[in-house]
Design a protein around this ligand. Structure first.
Ligand code: HEM
Length: 330
């Protein structure tokens, strides 16, 4: 197989997440199911549950590493029923433990400065999805696609996650698709954005996705809308997700703060200013959005209401990371 500039051993060929040919979509049962503090996603067609990890007295997140390893390996050490009865561990909670471990390992390697690149990784993995032929999507194939021009700079973001993934794999092998989906959500959260629950259980593809599926920055609003529509994402979701550009160096406020400054600044159209610096702000695709009436309506709402932006971004993100995903057969 051709080298795509990434260490293939990272694909963990023994992982149960490796492509087995037994795809199931959508999953019948969500992997992470908790009895308390579980919230079903409104927008996702696949039931999504997670622990909202702030202000919730429901689950002790401060497991030591040894406890996490013990819980995750219990079923292998004792007959399943015995171990569950003895320790009061429900099968559903094992998925949750895995989720907490993933978040913990991501937090160890993720600084605010690295968040933008990690969030971008999510779009470049999931954004290849095409509804028509159900190709592409959130399947970890980005590891084979790093040498594509549109993915310039993402190698280092994946490298950052490599360490976190190894930490999780030692306890419970995890797919790249799940790892990237969780890391993107953590990137948003670490920069002050909404807390986004991510369902686990995606399988990794063992081959690159078709090329040319990500939108080019030169597209106008109508082409951007069509491109997102082919991925099952409405105009409102295009606008909300584009708000991710509030992170990074394109001039939409503080590059490491996730807020609604992207929309506020879009409304100001600083690129029209004669001042050289302001004219550098935004990508052509960002500027194109304000020229479209339907997009402008959403931009205005999000500029005036950060909570609405956070809520809509959260739901659109959940949809994005479930796009084209093939799920572990439980
Ligand atoms: C609407 C279509 C989109 C286009 C055409 C686009 C294009 C681009 C381009 C060309 C850059 C690099 C800018 C540079 O040179 O620094 C960029 C950065 C970025 N994109 Fe997008 N993008 C789109 C949507 C998205 C979405 C949906 C997300 C995530 C949900 C996203 C997340 C990011 C982030 C976080 C950065 C900053 C990366 C960094 O500074 O390291 N983008 N985008």
């Amino acid at each position: 197989m051709a080298s795509y500039g990434f260490d293939h051993s990272l694909l963990c060929p023994l992982s149960p997440f490796s492509c087995s040919g037994k795809f199931k979509f959508p999953a019948k049962t969500p992997l992470s199911t908790v009895e308390f503090c579980a919230k079903a996603s409104k927008s996702s067609s696949v039931a999504t549950t997670a622990i909202e990890d702030s202000n919730q007295p429901c689950f002790d997140v401060s497991y030591g590493r040894r406890e996490l390893i013990l819980i995750a390996t219990l079923p292998f050490l004792l007959p399943v029923h015995e171990s569950m009865q003895k320790f009061g561990v429900k099968a559903a909670e094992l998925g949750t433990t895995e989720y907490l471990l993933m978040k913990e390992e991501v937090r160890k390697v993720l600084s605010k400065g690295k968040a933008a690149g990690v969030l971008r990784l999510v779009f470049h993995d999931a954004g290849t999805f095409e509804m028509d032929d159900n190709s592409g999507g959130m399947n970890g194939s980005i590891v084979y696609e790093l040498d594509r021009p549109e993915n310039t700079g993402l190698k280092k973001s994946l490298k950052i996650l490599e360490k976190a993934k190894s930490g999780v794999d030692m306890v419970q092998p995890v797919s790249w698709a799940d790892m990237i989906a969780v890391a993107g959500a953590e990137a948003v959260s670490v920069c002050g954005g909404p807390k986004i629950p991510v369902q686990l259980g995606r399988l990794d593809s063992m081959a690159p996705d078709p090329e040319g599926k990500l939108p080019e920055e030169s597209l106008d609003a109508s082409a951007l809308k069509q491109c997102f529509q082919r991925k099952g994402l409405a105009t409102q979701e295009l606008v909300a997700l584009s708000g991710a550009h509030t992170l990074g160096g394109k001039g939409f406020g503080n590059p490491t703060v996730f807020d609604n400054s992207y929309f506020k600044i879009l409304l100001e159209k600083p690129w029209k200013s004669s001042d050289g610096m302001s004219s550098m702000i935004g990508l052509p695709s960002d500027r194109a959005l304000v020229e479209d009436d339907e997009c402008l309506r959403w931009i205005t709402k999000y500029a005036n209401n950060q909570n609405m932006f956070f809520e809509d971004f959260k739901n659109a993100y959940i949809k994005l990371v479930n796009s084209g995903a093939r799920w572990k057969n439980l």
